[in-house]
Design a protein around this ligand. Structure first.
Ligand code: MRU
Length: 346
């Protein structure tokens, strides 16, 4: 059975509630903007490309009831919707890319009636969803060429169906290699503190009948030392013009380990994750999340003394020098990134 992470159904946003996995595959029907904001904040929907889809659908959800009588009033309402959704999480470029794209389409049609613009925005949101499905499959096709039969692959967080509309970026590469008949052994980092690797990646891979082994995040170095990892692949939340890449906290550590052990380290992401306005990773805003994610095991059992100081960044930045290649929907980009990213993305 194929599943969709997020879609428009019965006049509302239907999404998988990812906080319920792997115990239950449960769907949420999101009917208002506040519920969407909370779903994003609490990671009920998460993963950069899925957030791009949420942005498109969210803008339509926010303006479909507008009673604006002219474009200026409508544009003002649309800006408020975008500002509100933009305040949910700061790091994934795709969220902002989706909001900007919806705004531009609306403005490009300012001479049309408000009801026509609403229809155009609905079509644009559907296009964002469809483009994600296509671009993930392109990433998969480009990336699978870098993987061989019997490779053992380490990954972090969740970059699959649940992080996109229905396929995946880094996991999409793994799925495509598997579809091509390559036998891969996948090691999934649990991904503290919210356990996207343990809860979501292993769930997806097991559903597909693939060979997945769950490890604690601090086990990666030992596996590499024992020669058990042939390749590392991760997704991205935002990629700067020079290739510096923000992704789930712990990614840069894996990249450093991979460099030391001479293991290729790949990033997989669609072009909507690139932010060419920023020169390097220092300019990327890293989301800081609440302390209970660290002190309480997935919000349930306390595992740390009450009141302990907590540092809880959701992402880190991997310097471009540690990245062997960036696999995109336009092809595989290698060093020098500053030059090659611009020519690929043109
Ligand atoms: O905090 P999350 O779960 O939204 O973090 C997601 C990641 O870090 C993913 O690796 C990234 O968004 C790429 S998803 C294809």
């Amino acid at each position: 059975m194929s599943i969709r992470t997020i879609e428009w159904k019965n006049n509302c946003i239907r999404m998988i509630d990812q906080t319920k996995l792997p115990q239950k595959l449960e769907y949420l029907n999101i009917k208002d903007l506040k519920a969407l904001w909370q779903a994003i904040k609490l990671l009920k929907v998460r993963g950069a490309p899925a957030l791009g889809g949420a942005a498109g659908l969210g803008v339509y959800l926010g303006i479909k009831g507008s009673r604006a009588t002219g474009f200026l009033q409508f544009d003002n309402e649309l800006r408020k919707v975008c500002d509100y959704l933009a305040s949910s999480r700061p790091t994934a470029r795709n969220l902002f890319w989706g909001l900007e794209r919806m705004t531009q389409v609306s403005r490009a049609n300012k001479n049309k009636s408000v009801s026509e613009i609403k229809k155009i925005l609905f079509q644009e949101a559907m296009r964002i969803i469809e483009e994600d499905r296509v671009s993930c499959r392109k990433i998969g096709a480009f990336g699978a060429k870098l993987f061989s039969d019997n490779d053992s692959v380490l990954t972090i967080c969740n970059t699959g169906i649940l992080a996109t509309i229905d396929y995946g970026t880094a996991l999409g590469v793994i799925y495509r290699a598997h579809e091509e008949g390559k036998r891969l052994k996948i090691y999934a980092c649990e991904t503290r503190p919210l356990l996207q690797g343990a809860r979501l990646t292993t769930w997806e891979l097991k559903r597909k009948g693939m060979d997945v082994t769950l490890i604690c995040d601090n086990m990666a170095a030992a596996l590499m030392q024992q020669g058990k990892i042939k390749k590392v692949i991760a997704g991205a939340d935002r990629i700067a013009a020079n290739g510096d890449t923000a992704n789930k906290i712990g990614t840069s550590g894996l990249a450093i380990l991979a460099k030391y052990h001479k293991i290729p380290f790949y990033i997989a992401a669609p072009v909507s994750t690139f932010d060419l306005k920023i020169k390097n990773g220092k300019e990327i805003t890293i989301e800081q999340r609440c302390s209970s994610e660290v002190t309480d095991l997935f919000f349930k059992k306390p595992i740390a003394p009450k009141g302990v100081k907590v540092f809880n960044p959701a992402f880190d930045v991997t310097p471009n020098a540690l990245i062997s290649a960036i696999i995109t929907d336009k092809g595989v980009i290698r060093q020098p990134y500053l030059k090659n990213i611009c020519s690929y993305l043109k």
